[in-house]
Design a binder for this molecule. Structure first.
Ligand code: FES
Length: 183
């Protein structure tokens, strides 16, 4: 993948905000993930060089954190929580229904969709939870999977699923259980 001057500058600006280069690792990796959609050897080496670490350390973060990927993802990235609270509330069935409805097998990418089960999304009290790109949706019943995906398509058409730039503040509770889903 081509590392351009703009990316170099953006990385340097982020690193300058931290007392140690290595402390900027997560932000730099978010930036690279956002720009290229996934990591390959060239981007792993680029990040390692920027942070002054060995490529294996970047690879370790890449494989540990689910927000980073070694494979290109679809424009609509659906993460269904499968941890205890959500699983008890039906998230496994919900995930499988979403997979069936979109035609995208769980854990894979088809067309605009990537769908996967993930661990706790940090909103257990309102299980089951699904994160789509930057947005979190809660209390989605498995029987509402089709209705939920219709809402997701509508949001996508309006550009409301576009990823926020790396470094932007995460979306907060105002987006939980948004009107987009509740309709
Ligand atoms: S168990 Fe699903 S958000 Fe915590």
């Amino acid at each position: 993948m081509e590392i351009d001057l703009e990316l170099e500058k953006q990385c340097d600006a982020i690193i300058a905000e931290y007392p140690k280069k290595k402390s900027a690792a997560m932000m730099i990796m978010h930036l690279v993930q956002e720009k290229f959609g996934h990591f390959d050897d060239s981007t792993i080496n680029f990040v390692a060089k920027k942070l002054g670490v060995e490529p294996i350390e970047v690879y370790g973060m890449l494989t540990f954190y689910p927000m980073y990927s070694q494979q290109p993802r679809g424009r609509i990235h659906i993460k269904v929580c499968r941890t205890l609270s959500c699983a008890l509330a039906g998230s496994i069935k919900l995930g499988n229904e979403i997979s069936r409805f979109t035609g995208c097998p769980m854990g894979e990418t088809r067309g605009v969709y990537t769908i996967e089960f993930v661990e706790c999304l940090g909103n257990c009290v309102k299980a089951p939870n699904v994160q789509v790109n930057d947005k979190l949706f809660d209390e989605i019943r498995p029987e509402d999977a089709e209705k939920f995906m219709e809402k997701i398509s509508a949001l996508d058409e309006r550009g409301e699923l576009d990823q926020k730039p790396a470094g932007a503040k995460p979306q907060g509770a105002g987006d939980f259980n948004s009107a987009a889903y509740k309709g």
